[in-house]
Design a protein around this ligand. Sequence first.
Ligand code: ZN
Length: 73
Amino acid sequence: MSHIAEDSFEQYSMGTLEDSQLAPLEEHLLVCHECQDRLKTTDEFVATMRAALHLGDPDQAAMASAVPEETTL
Ligand SMILES: [Zn+2]
């Protein structure tokens, strides 16, 4: 049995995986510790990516307001 594709993991983590692909993926996860580890990594990656997207604007605003202070010299 082949392992789960990276794309499927990302879609699974983001909740966009089709129902027809959901069952075989979870079935494989139950028996494959390697893919359980990979899913954990993908989950963290997706969470980080989402956090970056949500915090992107405030971060840039904070950085933008910090830059002029240094450039006024
Ligand atoms: Zn696997």
